[in-house]
Design a protein around this ligand. Structure first.
Ligand SMILES: Cc1cc2nc3c(=O)[nH]c(=O)nc-3n(C[C@H](O)[C@H](O)[C@H](O)COP(=O)(O)OP(=O)(O)OC[C@H]3O[C@@H](n4cnc5c(N)ncnc54)[C@H](O)[C@@H]3O)c2cc1C
Ligand SMILES: *[C@@H]1O[C@H](CO)[C@@H](O)[C@H](O)[C@H]1NC(C)=O
Ligand SMILES: *[C@@H]1O[C@H](CO)[C@@H](O)[C@H](O)[C@H]1NC(C)=O
Ligand SMILES: *[C@@H]1O[C@H](CO)[C@@H](O)[C@H](O)[C@H]1NC(C)=O
Length: 501
């Protein structure tokens, strides 16, 4: 559960990382009650060493240069990092980590710093290793659709490059203007198109990563099929910087769809949402590329706070269904058959279809700007769960009963992936309300054998709740894996794995 404040977000733009902040948020170590590990502190001789590898211009020690990198995306908590490094190659990363491993200096890898679980910022004085200058596209094969690039490439930039070649990235996230592909891979980012293209565990074909002792792990396969031993790249995907620094990625890119259509529906009850989802899969089949739901509270805040138009009336539930295909006429026919069916059966009460770019964009805004809108109403306790789709609505109701009138509970998310974003909004943050929400929501999720983090990861914010999704013996195995990859625990300490009791 993350605490957000509107005041803080208003001062925020993702790109303003180099700014000095006069008013400082709370220390992450304090809010999350973390104790500094037994690591070395940075000395002048360390700085000299890093300058000997990176030169003067890619080693940063000035507060103004480092400060933005200490703040999480919501500017809600901060770390105390004093040193920022910007290597350009895997060899430089290797030299840095070899040195840090030998001297027991802790390191936090950082991409676009858009992660929302606190994984990308130092907690104490860990060295911030930014991949922002590792941003070269290495190759693209138009026959296989395989792109190889460095970890610091920004998602949007990659998409633009591919669009010219009639391909697209297999993922689309709300933070695409800033997040880096290495960060995406390290968080196993999901987003809107997982229903169509699958998760990064499917689309990432290869990974090059530098391990804690500087060893370069070359698992940069370009082939979809590779059954040679243990598939180590999968351990790096979603490891949030705790097992290695991802330096290169090979990713399978889909062809850019020739026709895209979007429908927005208003639906009077949650069984209608489930029926629409089922019918969409049956009637749209292979062209279905996104299937999102939002409750009325979510849409209402976007309309009220951001002045975005809702083209249909007020309904308890809304759905956005997107199709992407190669033949406009064929896709239209399919969509029309689907629409006729759900309208005739009375499953959907109102709807609108968009096929030109501007209309499509404005409908997507209703979904993509929900968080931004909610933050304008006060504090948002936000969370990200996997639970069975048919329990989404029950979940929202049960949490609403639990918090009573001290907060408004709202649900929206990726139906196709059983991924609900469940937010509690209140005028201001209070520890009392937080204690009503947690651990209630984790217990609820656990009873459904769900996941306490569907796509945002654990960072330091959720690491102590891992046991609600994984057994003690599984967590122990994870600790063993961590020790193999990083015996001195220098990579992203205090993140992902709970301390041993
Ligand atoms: C508005 C908004 C919308 C979002 N929408 C989605 C969404 O739809 N789906 C979704 O899944 N997430 C979403 N996110 C969360 C976030 O954008 C993703 O987790 C993203 O993949 C993080 O990428 P990044 O480059 O910003 O990584 P960072 O935030 O910089 O880092 C995230 C984690 O990865 C580690 N890391 C970063 N780079 C590397 C590397 N090269 N090697 C090793 N470890 C590394 C860091 O140490 C940290 O633990 C959203 C965030 C925002 C702010
Ligand atoms: C990385 O994640 C961001 C934010 O979640 C997303 O917008 C972007 O599309 C992702 N990038 C890639 C290459 O998948
Ligand atoms: C849901 O709404 C539809 C259409 O209004 C109605 O026919 C159906 O009975 C409702 N289902 C439930 C469970 O309320
Ligand atoms: C580096 O770490 C890896 C993973 O633990 C290990 O396999 C390798 O032997 C280590 N290399 C050296 C030189 O210590």
């Amino acid at each position: 559960m993350f605490l957000l404040s509107c005041r803080l977000l208003l001062k925020t733009t993702i790109k303003s990382q180099r700014r000095c902040y006069s008013q400082q948020p709370e220390l992450a170590s304090k809010r999350y009650n973390l104790t500094r590990g037994n690591y070395a502190s940075i000395r002048g001789s360390d700085i000299n060493f890093f300058q000997s590898i990176l030169g003067q211009t890619r080693v940063f020690t000035e507060e103004c240069d480092v400060d933005g990198h200490n703040l999480d995306w919501y500017k809600a908590v901060k770390g105390s990092g004093k040193l920022l490094l910007k290597p350009k190659t895997a060899e430089e990363v290797s030299a840095i980590l070899t040195y840090c491993n030998d001297t027991k200096l802790a390191v936090t890898p950082q991409g676009g710093n858009t992660g929302v679980s606190g994984g990308a910022i130092p907690v104490f004085d860990e060295i911030i290793l930014s991949t922002s200058q590792m941003n070269k596209i290495i190759s693209f094969d138009e026959i296989s659709g395989v792109l190889v690039c460095e970890a610091g490439c920004i998602l949007d930039t990659l998409n633009e490059y591919l669009m010219e070649k009639n391909f697209i990235m297999p993922l689309d996230l709300g933070s695409k203007g800033s997040c880096n592909i290495g960060g995406n891979v390290s968080t196993n980012a999901g987003g809107l198109r997982v229903i169509r293209y699958g998760s990064l565990h499917g689309t990432v074909l290869g990974v090059e990563a530098v391990l804690a002792n500087g060893t370069i792990m070359d698992c940069l396969s370009l082939m979809k099929k590779d059954n040679t031993g243990y598939d180590l790249k999968h351990l790096l995907i979603g490891s949030e910087g705790t097992l290695g620094v991802v330096t290169k990625v090979a990713i399978q890119c889909p062809v850019k769809p020739k026709s895209v259509q979007l429908a927005l529906f208003g639906i009077s009850n949650f069984s209608g949402v489930l029926e629409t989802f089922k019918q969409a899969k049956q009637n749209l089949g292979e062209i279905l590329s996104a299937c999102e739901y939002m409750d009325q509270t979510a849409i209402e805040s976007v309309v009220r706070n951001l002045n975005i138009r809702n083209p249909i009336g007020d309904f308890p539930f809304y759905m956005i269904i997107e199709t992407s295909g190669s033949n406009e006429q064929h896709d239209e026919e399919k969509l029309n058959t689907f629409l006729e069916k759900i309208m005739a059966d009375g499953v959907v009460q109102d709807g609108t279809v968009a096929s030109d770019y501007t209309q499509i964009r404005s409908i997507w805004e209703l979904r993509e700007r929900i968080i931004e809108a909610q933050l304008l109403d006060g504090f948002v306790y936000l969370s990200d769960f996997s639970v069975p789709v048919n329990s989404f609505d029950r979940f929202v109701h049960d949490v609403q009963n639990q918090v009573g009138d001290s907060g408004t509970v709202t649900g929206f998310g990726h139906l196709g992936d059983s991924n609900i974003h469940l937010h509690v909004i209140s005028k201001e943050y209070t520890p009392e309300l937080l204690s009503k929400i947690e651990p209630f929501v984790y217990e609820w999720t656990s009873k459904k054998r769900g996941s306490v983090s569907a796509e945002h990861g654990l960072g330091f914010k959720k690491k102590d709740y891992l046991s609600y999704s994984k057994s003690e013996s599984v967590i122990d195995l994870m600790r063993n894996v961590k020790s193999i990859f990083d015996p001195n625990h220098i990579l992203n300490p205090y993140k992902v794995l709970p301390d041993k009791k």
